[in-house]
Ligand binder design. Structure first.
Ligand code: THU
Length: 137
């Protein structure tokens, strides 16, 4: 797992918290924000975007990662250094399986920061969140 300093972690959590305020979550009311750090040192944020057709919902983590890809800042494995995710009210918010797979694509060693089921803020490597993550290459 990468060595992230505490200041960086706090910056990412603050950016994620701000992003959560932008969430479009009229159906669940569960507002989520994510902030990712690329190896080039750039931060991208995202929020969850729900839809009347529920299954089309996009989680905050994927919104942030897809924004970085669209900006040309994530294109290769290992370019993702960290992902912080928060619920706007500080609720437990463990990344879903789909997001774990998307995180794994760009950063198997990325540090993922979130409030775990224990209730504590946790930092864990993506590879530990998704053992044997799927890869085509
Ligand atoms: N959600 C996220 O955005 N990220 C997560 O890590 C877990 C769940 C969103 C999806 C949906 O809009 C809402 O939270 C409730 O499931």
């Amino acid at each position: 797992m990468s060595q992230l300093n505490a200041v960086r972690v706090e910056e990412l959590l603050a950016a994620a918290q701000q992003a959560a305020e932008k969430a479009y979550a009229p159906f669940s009311g569960f507002r989520v924000g994510a902030a990712i750090l690329t190896r080039s040192g750039k931060v991208f944020t995202g929020c969850n975007v729900e839809n009347s057709s529920y299954g089309l919902t996009n989680c905050a983590e994927r919104t942030a990662i897809f924004s970085a890809v669209a900006a040309g800042e994530l294109s290769v494995e290992h370019e993702l250094e960290a992902v912080a995710v928060v619920n706007h009210e500080g609720a437990i918010c463990s990344p879903c399986g789909a997001c774990r797979q998307v995180i794994f694509e760009f950063g198997p060693e990325a540090t993922v920061i979130f409030r775990s089921h224990s209730g504590q803020m946790t930092e864990v490597a993506a590879r530990e969140l998704l053992p044997e993550g799927f890869r085509l290459r």
